[in-house]
Design a protein around this ligand. Structure first.
Ligand code: ZN
Ligand code: ZN
Length: 160
């Protein structure tokens, strides 16, 4: 197999780049493969992986090595951070975090010349968190709590 690493943009690579620039969900290679395949039915998953890595090396896209498994890709090159849902794995963008003082403080404290940083926020996304109040239309006994009988003290001794 002959392959020059930085060959000119092939039509395949152009489609892959377009698809990732359209996506806002920080897709994995497998997810991108699904959308690329709609336009290029004969493309292989391996080709998608290889081109994604190349595009990342070329600085055209970002490869995100977030915790929680597979690498994700981002066509958005603006400076921003990511927050990942610990329940469903969804990744969203976060802008405008005042991290400057954190970086300055870190370089002073460690004595390093800090050249860059990675920051991943984790939490529970709005969908997984659910609505702030219990929905009033729920059937009465669906989440009913059994009230404590009045004669049982709350701090009753527990055996561990
Ligand atoms: Zn979630
Ligand atoms: Zn992003």
């Amino acid at each position: 197999m002959t392959e020059t690493k930085f060959q000119r943009n092939t039509p395949q690579r152009r489609v892959i780049l377009e698809e990732i620039q359209k996506a806002t969900s920080h897709p994995t290679a497998a997810e991108l493969y699904e959308s690329v395949r709609r336009r290029l039915p004969k493309i292989s998953l391996g080709t998608v992986y290889r081109n994604l890595d190349l595009l990342a090396e070329m600085g055209r896209i970002q490869k995100l090595d977030l915790g929680g498994g597979e690498a994700r890709f981002d066509g958005n090159l603006d400076a921003h951070y990511h927050v990942r849902c610990l329940r469903c794995g969804r990744v969203d963008d976060v802008y405008g975090l005042p991290t400057g003082t954190l970086i300055d403080g870190a370089s002073e404290a460690a004595g390093y010349e800090v050249l860059g940083h990675r920051l991943e926020l984790v939490g529970v996304c709005p969908e997984c968190k659910g609505p702030p109040e219990m929905e009033p239309t729920a059937p009465p006994n669906s989440r009913a709590r059994i009230p404590r009988p009045p004669n049982v003290p709350a701090n009753r001794k527990r055996f561990v």
